[in-house]
Ligand binder design. Sequence first.
Ligand SMILES: [Fe+2]
Ligand SMILES: [Fe+2]
Length: 246
Amino acid sequence: MSQPANDSQITFTSPHGLPTDYKELLVRMLSIQARIESEYMLAADRTLMKPLALAPTPEDKAEYAAFWSDEVRHASYWMKLLEDLGTNVDAEFMATPMPIYIFEMRDQSEDWIEYGLFSFFADRQGAYMGHEWVGCSYEPLAKIAGRVHKEEMGHAALGYRFMRRYLAREGERGRERLIRYLAKWYPAGLDMFGKSGSKRQYDYVRWGLRRRTNEQMRDDFTTEVNNLLRKLDIPIPDPAAGRRFS
Ligand SMILES: [Fe+2]
Ligand SMILES: [Fe+2]
């Protein structure tokens, strides 16, 4: 993807003196990211120990641990950005419900392939958000966005590798399982982009905190995901089936 320009040409260099509406949107957006990613740092039992025990090979375990370590660092980025804006990621903050249900699905996973599916979808969505923030109007966020985008793309590729290895190991039985699990992970992945008609997405775009709408991002994402599933010779699920938002 090319380096985007901030179309709105608005730039804020520090957390001080931000317009009220802008600050509210920024804190809301960063809170979603922080709520999601702080679990890696603060709930290692669920986000590290459980998947590490499930990972079937030393290679899978080592790659998962390196992924988890990236996510702990990402958590530290969001915590610092929010702290500078006057919001602390504390127990009360973490007690708020998960903003996107795919993260609860991750914690309910019982088969290693689901961790592959999780990264294939959820980390890819993280990469899409990271890409939106490259060159965005809030400089402290723009500064880390390139690295986050690149690392999240790496995590999405890791998810694909977990899936490919699982298929190679498990043969036809693995393929059937993957297709069965995909029926719930595919809609959850597409749902990560929210409702196509939501009003707030346009506020983000107007303030230079994003460029694409939910629908544009979901369309790009669907094309990319479908191409990769075709490479694995997996049938593409119906994009309307099992969806909670559209
Ligand atoms: Fe991350
Ligand atoms: Fe990630």
